[in-house]
Design a protein around this ligand. Structure first.
Ligand SMILES: C[S@@+](CC[C@H](N)C(=O)[O-])C[C@H]1O[C@@H](n2cnc3c(N)ncnc32)[C@H](O)[C@@H]1O
Length: 311
């Protein structure tokens, strides 16, 4: 059977598992921590960024948020979110948008932006974070969860289980998490086991923890809380990885605040750096005799950080 590739192709399967409450990993690992950091939403204007089937957006609409908008790039996800909303209306709205270009969403129009398990799947994460700051009201909050950048690198990380006798002579398992090529930031093909015979793939982008921290700062967001969710007993029982995650977390949940001053400062710094590199480029050109080749390849144009084009 040909593999299903991309979020559209996986949407129906994911929607079935996610339902209105989230799948096992949402419910029993990630969401309890995410929702604690989100806190009460009553009266808040909430944006669910990369909302998938919209189960969280609909939850917050039911809980009395002043308004809830879910955006996602996948047409199939949006269709399913709207279908759920038609069947059991909550007041949540859904729009198709790329997270890095939230056209039509006004500056400062949300008190809270949440991105659950999505930033590592967004290619232009720097653009998405800039948009988060733009649409947040002054001192608004951004809460997100991601695959843990240090411990979950898909095919470059794995569990190792060692069985040996402890000092009392009893056989016990020791769980290790091994990771390689942590600093190598690139796209990853993520496999999803749909069934015994069917597999799907999406593209994800590994970034180091310090890259996330730098990108948040560059977007004018400062981290106020960071948590590493532990599995609830339900996940320990039901997921083959549950008991391993009691020892090593595979997720990270972060709360950040928009600081317009920080953004202004970072923008000024970026502009100054660009001006300085233009000036040094001009003086270098003056110093080098013209070859007539028209070769401008001296400018790299990219920081080389973040992601490469999707596979
Ligand atoms: C792992 S799913 C998480 C969905 C949902 N937040 C949840 O927790 O169920 C990642 C989502 O990111 C969306 N996505 C990926 N790239 C995006 C982009 N550039 N802009 C908006 N959404 C994007 C996908 O369509 C998918 O719905």
């Amino acid at each position: 059977m040909a593999p299903k590739v991309g979020w559209d192709a996986l949407a129906a399967w994911r929607d079935e598992r996610t339902g209105e409450e989230g799948d096992l990993w949402h419910r029993a690992i990630i969401d309890p921590t995410l929702l604690r950091l989100v806190g009460p939403v009553r009266g808040r204007r909430v944006l669910d960024l990369a909302c998938g089937n919209g189960y969280l957006a609909r939850r917050w609409a039911r809980q009395g948020a002043a308004s809830v908008l879910g955006v996602d790039r996948s047409r199939a996800n949006l269709r399913l979110a709207r279908q759920r909303e038609r069947l059991r209306p909550t007041g949540a709205r859904f729009l198709r948008r790329d997270a890095s270009r939230l056209t039509g969403l006004e500056d400062g129009s949300f008190d809270l932006v949440v991105a659950n398990m999505a930033l590592m799947d967004i290619r232009d994460v720097a653009g998405a974070l800039r948009e988060v700051t733009r649409v947040l009201a002054p001192r608004g909050r951004f809460v997100f969860s991601i695959s843990h950048p240090c411990f979950d690198l898909d095919d470059r990380s794995a569990w190792v289980v060692e069985r040996g006798r402890d000092p009392a002579g009893v056989f016990r398992d020791t769980y290790w998490r091994k990771v390689r090529n942590y600093r190598d930031e690139r796209s990853i093909r993520v496999p999803w086991s749909i069934s015994e015979s069917e597999i799907g793939f999406t593209t994800s982008y590994h970034r180091t923890l310090s890259t996330y921290s730098r990108l948040l700062r560059a977007a004018g967001l400062s981290i106020v809380r960071m948590e590493e969710p532990s599995p609830l007993p339900e996940a320990v029982r039901a997921s083959p990885q549950g008991r391993f995650m009691l020892e090593v977390p595979l997720h990270l949940v972060v709360e950040a605040r928009a600081h317009p001053d920080l953004l202004r400062r970072e923008t000024r710094r970026r502009r100054a750096r660009r001006r300085a590199s233009r000036t040094s480029g001009r003086s270098a050109r003056r110093a080098v005799p013209r070859s007539g080749s028209g070769d401008h390849s001296g400018r790299t144009g990219s920081s080389g950080r973040g992601s490469r084009p999707g596979s």
